[in-house]
Design a protein around this ligand. Structure first.
Ligand SMILES: C[S@@+](CC[C@H](N)C(=O)[O-])C[C@H]1O[C@@H](n2cnc3c(N)ncnc32)[C@H](O)[C@@H]1O
Length: 414
């Protein structure tokens, strides 16, 4: 049984959810303002310089970026159209339709986005309990004033657009083949004795930190009963939209790379449209058992009163380094796995809470130490190897990170 949440915790959660909704709603004005900064900078230049830039079509490029931002905004508006499923009362907050203005007074994004693709400040560290300043009441109003998204909020939203590419576009296929395929193959190989048509009845797979849920969906498509777990509202809103509200392959067009002009070879790489989804999410077999559980992995599965030994397999992709205390993560994985069950892992060790701003305790082990810890906790590692992979990579960028990610399968010793 999970502990009961206090009224204050429930309100804090509701307020955070509202802030995320406002970030989606204010994407257009924020992003157009950031692009408009470029326009303003252009007019500070000497006439001669402006003429040269005009000949390159620089101003025209800014107009094209505006159009791409508006297309993204339409899409993001659809994503948050019916948040009722999340059970929060949005009516008590001040909001409205987005006023699309390029001079909204936002400071806009920083020109040099050095943020790492799998970064500490992106959506990955989006812990639901530490978000933004408290809301204040407007004059004569009983509703709190409209929330003003921070640069960090918008960063998470921009990362969400890129995560759509990783999980639900044809462009993300290479990355998925590199990361998800070896995990799926290992899962199938481990349970080769079970006939395909019986998988959903007898084999339960958990995917913690599921992001936009493509890996979990693929596992359900293979016939396993699969549960995805995720706590970021950005990811939950996006995956809810994709899984439950998308009716056509390639229905939506987004421009994930229009927010930064750095490290681009040419205009098409800035204005690259991506269509989503590449598959119909509703195309799972009729008897499939696929669910998404919202909430903190440690709170949901780490509760000592919740039943142990529930899962035949646990699949973690770019997840274990989100731990503040990796000992607790591994203990939970071990406790909830059935004896003989398998934990399949792929990912780097970019400890999300290393040097965090709120002084949360963080344990940061090297790979050898993580493996030694896993053995001590009761796992036997096999199939270990290194997988070279990108994460939300823009193929046409002049900058790219490659992770030398660790892959392993680990069986729970009885
Ligand atoms: C780096 S992303 C990886 C997402 C996905 N597995 C993939 O490979 O694309 C890590 C994910 O774990 C989620 N996450 C981090 N800590 C979590 C926690 N304690 N409980 C549930 N989800 C968590 C983050 O919100 C994020 O979506």
């Amino acid at each position: 049984m999970m502990r009961d949440f206090s009224q204050a915790e429930i309100e804090e959660e509701e307020r955070y959810f509202h802030n995320v909704m406002e970030t989606f709603r204010q994407y257009a004005s924020y992003s157009l303002a950031a692009n408009n900064r470029r326009r303003k900078d252009f007019y500070t230049l000497p006439l001669e310089d402006r003429q040269l830039l005009d000949e390159l079509g620089y101003k025209h490029k800014l107009d094209e970026v505006d159009r791409a931002i508006l297309t993204n905004a339409e899409f993001l508006k659809e994503v948050v159209q019916d948040p009722e499923i999340f059970g929060h009362d949005e009516e008590k907050y001040e909001h409205g339709d987005e006023t699309v203005s390029a001079i909204d007074g936002h400071t806009g994004e920083s020109t040099h986005d050095h943020s790492h693709p799998h970064s500490h400040d992106g959506l990955n560290a989006g812990h639901p309990h530490s978000h933004g300043p408290p809301l204040t009441l407007g004059p004569g109003s009983h509703k709190p004033r409209r929330y003003r998204p921070t640069d960090a909020d918008m960063d998470k939203l921009r990362s969400t657009l890129k995560q759509f590419v990783r999980d639900w576009s044809a462009e993300g296929k290479t990355e998925r083949e590199t990361c998800y395929k070896p995990m799926e193959d290992a899962l199938v190989a481990h349970f080769a004795r079970v006939p395909v048509e019986e998988r959903w009845l007898s084999l339960r797979v958990l995917v913690p930190g599921a992001g936009m849920a493509r890996l979990a969906w693929n596992i359900a498509k293979l016939g396993f009963a699969c549960q995805a777990n995720e706590f970021s509202h950005y990811m939950l809103l996006a995956s809810h939209f994709i899984l439950n509200r998308t009716t056509e392959v390639e229905k939506h067009e987004v421009y994930p790379y229009v927010h930064s002009f750095s490290n681009l070879r040419d205009r098409p790489s800035l204005l690259m449209p991506v269509r989503i989804p590449d598959v119909l999410p509703s195309s799972l077999p009729a008897n499939s058992d696929f669910s998404m559980v919202a909430g903190d992995f440690e709170e949901i599965y780490g509760d000592e009163e919740s039943p142990a030994e529930q899962w035949d397999a646990i699949v973690t992709c770019f997840f274990i380094d989100t731990a503040k205390n990796i000992v607790n993560y591994l203990r939970i994985l071990h406790r909830i796995l059935k004896p003989g069950g398998v934990w399949i892992n792929l990912g780097p060790l970019l400890w999300h809470f290393e040097n965090n701003a709120t002084n949360e305790p963080s344990v940061e082990l090297d790979l050898g130490e993580v493996k030694a810890l896993a053995s001590k906790i009761g796992f036997e590692l096999h199939n270990e190897r290194t997988v070279e992979t990108t994460y939300v990579n823009h193929k046409q960028s002049m900058l790219g990170y490659v992770y030398h990610a660790a892959f392993w399968c680990a069986t729970k010793q009885a």
